[in-house]
Design a protein around this ligand. Sequence first.
Ligand code: CA
Length: 538
Amino acid sequence: MQNIVIKTNPNDNVAIVASPTGLKRGAIVLNGIVLEEDIPMGHKVSLQTLNEGDAVIRYGQNIGFANKIIEKGSWVNESNISMPQAPNLADISYVQPKVPQVESLKDFTFQGFKNADGSVGTKNVLGITTSVQCVAGITSFIENKIRKELLPLYPNVDDVVAFNHSYGCGIAIDAPAAIIPIRTIKHIAQNPNFGGEIMIIGLGCEKLRPERLLPDTRNQLLVTGGLVSKQSDSDNQFSSNQLPINQSTNNQSSILYLQDERFEGFYEMVDGIMEMAERHLQKLNQRKRETCSAADLVVGMQCGGSDAFSGLTGNPVSGFAADLIVKAGGTVFFSEVTEVRDAIHLLVPRCETEEVAQKLKDEMAWYDNYLNQGKADRSANTTPGNKGGGLSNIVEKALGSVVKSGSSPIVDVISPGEKIRKKGLNFVATPASDFVCGTLQLAAGMNMHVFITGRGTPYGLNMVPVVKVSSNTKLANRWHDLIDFDAGPVAFGQKTIEEMGWELFHLILEIASGEKKVATDKLGLYNDLVLFNPGPLT
Ligand code: CA
């Protein structure tokens, strides 16, 4: 296993040091190339002498230019290469791809919870939605109380989750960008794992009217407490400055206001919320797992704490599994705009229609502008950990990141906070920030999360299982109780991408069925959800 370096593409002029301890000066690799200096694991060695200005090629693509002479056998890193410009969106033209003949996969199933709207849950969770941060102390209190006192009475319900967030008041709610956090909260309440049981706790005087968080077809039926109730479903039609006519809360409604005048003091509010929770728990408790097609999977793919192995092992293996899910008729998301921006020329040709391709480019342009307003660009993405793991810049990171999308056609592009409309491979536009991306993928409707990491993160979500895939065995061994799947054997040829892709696919089905638990569910390690709010505060 010594002196192994890996080329990702035959045209590459750099290779990745795979040896877990790195390689020392004088080590001989490939065709007799002698290392000029010590190079750590995951970092790049130059396979030829590069003159100043020469392109550095990895994944068969230009990841940068040598900013001085780099001798053959030298360490190539962010200090001796400069970053190329991002591909110009206007230069990327679209040609309708030939639809490949793909054999569909049948007969793969899992045990899931079927919902009335056709979606399928992988967990059975009572979700408590909040319309404003003011109520968070009380909803956290209630969450604990329900877990201790009510969940033992409803054995088919897995958990209770209060979605506390920083939004709801002190915001410019009519600013165009406000639509993103608002529809995100609304759509998370509709996540398949909540079984359509929507329970919203509001304060009463907040700008974000809780009625706005009800599903479109239900907001006239369920708000019966005399509050503004005749609202159309269109997100933009709701005027934010309408005040409630009468803040009473009807027992049959899905909304409870803490300012409801029937409550005298804290404990009456608690009793009111507990009664409301019981009504929903009774319904959730009737849910039973039944056999569902793999076509009902909605798998969100994400990277975090990536290293140079991510693009060699974890992401190709996840990409292979993604293709299997799509072939089975299921849905896969990939996201993280700053991690696809530099690979956009490879993604546009994969869009199913010109309209989808344009939408993809529009999301890139929106994000370029968003970063620009903050006087930043996509290079702000890479972390010290990414660089320590051998990723020299965002171009190299992006080229490795998009591999997790597999090779299926991109059928649709979903803006931040929107819900998916089509099965198949979707690009769900999100920031790359792990917790923000996860939050937006939940809103889009994911019922299973695959998270690939090279440096390691304890990231977990309580609403959906998070399958953590390590890109290297060194991490999987050290974090033996935090990693669910080690894609590291691919680096040394011990297993193929195809073999491991199938293994991951089967693991996803077992976890979706509740037969196996992911590490973060065993340990109860959960991150907060974090809304993407590009709009102004007041
Ligand atoms: Ca991420």
